[in-house]
Design a protein around this ligand. Sequence first.
Ligand SMILES: [Zn+2]
Length: 266
Amino acid sequence: MQIITKYLEKVPLLTTYILNLGDVKVVIDPGPASLHSPLDVDAVLCTHIHLDHCGSAGHINSPVYVHERYTKYVTEPLKLYEASKTVLGIFAEKFGAPLPSRQVVGVRDQTRLFDVIDVIYTPGHAPHHVVYYERDNKTLFIGDGGGVYIPELGVIVPTTPPPFKLDIYLQSLHKIKSLDVDTVCFPHYSCTRNIEILKVHEQQIRSWAETLKDVDMPIDEALRLLARVDENVAKILTVGGFYAEFYLKISVLGFLDYLKSQRAAS
Ligand SMILES: [Zn+2]
């Protein structure tokens, strides 16, 4: 497996995994359009269509695999790009505008690719999210289905931008945890054999929901409360910069929006 980590403003943004599967070479999550570099692969597998993961798919002249209900956002990506600006703000421009892909292949839960990769539908982070499970090596390419793992800081944090769906996310996480996995590879940013990290992440998701559930509050207040109950948050706030601005704040926003809609519905 070839591993390429792409940096935005000197911070690791996304790790791309290139696999040789017999006669076929595939890339999983090629990264944003702005960080595109030529890749010689037979297929582009996107865990989901967010700009930081799949934005450069159209720059690569190979079929692109995404969830079957969202293929049109890859053949005609302009709408997705414009919609992303409302959630990502300045980061949408930093990730760059995707190019249209000419060949798009729709996948769904249980699709088997190239005889060795199983697709598992895992919505919650986004409705178009899948993970790719390479059975022979028991390796899971988890996309944004299990948070952001930052090995240099020793932390994991949720990546839960609006419109985050907490209940569906937990169902998907349960599905992921039922797989027989030796190695989990996070696009943000690294692989680990410490599978227990997914349990830590699930507890963290439940603890964030509990901490923020009662009242709406500004993001900074939410971060202060979370830092008290989650040492991962405390560490990232100490480091600040991109990690805090991009991951933490947008993830907290997703939680606050979801919890507010739950309160309104009850
Ligand atoms: Zn995402």
